[in-house]
Design a protein around this ligand. Structure first.
Ligand code: ADP
Ligand code: MG
Length: 224
């Protein structure tokens, strides 16, 4: 599902370097990504999701070479194929929770909003415990509620790939389990693939594999 080869990336004007000789994730895998703050975990997710690009190396998702796509195609590809749970949520403050959840369907012709999607959105909101908050705006939500809104939005499209950036970071233990269950169920039910950054070492045994980012900073060694 994900294949990275000889990837090099740096932010212009900084000395941050990310070097990933090789990383493959098979369809259906549930991979946890761990590593110190500032080691480039979010950067990697942005490269896989095509939010950042580099001319240096291969980033392939499914059959698509993300780096080679023109901007508009890359955006459509991301919205319809990838469920992205951003570390800072990226909710739109001027939209209600409901409209935030449906947002992917309103910004690309690649997805069609219909009654079935709305039903699914209600179902997800219910499972996430935010069904009573759908008319609120993000400014009136707790951090955990914002996060659960972001997760509903990410899962609504039934993405083939879920990229979750510390998606359980702001949650109490019960909600952590609930969200992880929901992410894993999406993987199992739709044959999706999950790449999840987490600092929560208590959750790691539930993943099929752990990728440790310390390996990439040195630029040495291959990660399978
Ligand atoms: P992590 O998610 O592992 O904490 P990040 O990928 O967010 O790490 O950041 C990796 C490094 O790149 C950090 O040193 C961070 O300060 C830097 N960085 C992140 N985003 C940018 C940016 N847009 N421009 C310049 N430097 C950035
Ligand atoms: Mg990060």
């Amino acid at each position: 599902m994900i294949r990275i080869e000889s990837l090099h990336f740096h932010y212009p004007g900084t000395d941050f370097q990310l070097a990933i000789p090789r990383l493959s994730v098979a369809a259906g895998e549930k991979v946890a990504v761990v590593g110190p703050s500032g080691s480039g975990k979010t950067t990697l997710l942005n490269l896989i999701g095509g939010i950042l690009t580099t001319g240096d190396g291969e980033v392939q998702v499914g059959e698509v070479r993300v780096n080679a796509l023109p901007d508009a195609d890359r955006r459509n590809f991301r919205i319809s194929t990838i469920g992205f749970v951003f570390q800072d949520f990226e909710l739109l403050d001027y939209l209600t929770v409901w409209d935030n959840i449906l947002h992917p369907y309103r910004i690309t012709g690649a997805l069609t909003l219909n009654g079935e999607v709305r039903d699914r959105a209600h179902g997800l909101a219910e499972q996430m415990g935010i069904a009573d908050k759908l008319r609120r705006r993000p400014g009136h939500l707790s951090q955990g509620e914002k996060q659960r809104t972001a997760i509903c939005r990410a899962l609504l499209t039934r993405p083939a790939l879920i990229l979750a950036d510390e998606a359980t970071g702001n949650l109490d233990p019960d909600n952590k389990i609930r969200i992880l269950d929901l992410l894993f169920r999406s993987v199992d039910e739709h044959g999706a693939t999950l790449l999840a950054v987490t600092h929560d070492h208590g959750l790691l045994q539930r993943f099929s594999r752990v990728v440790d980012f310390s390996a990439f900073r040195s630029g040495a060694g291959d990660a399978a």
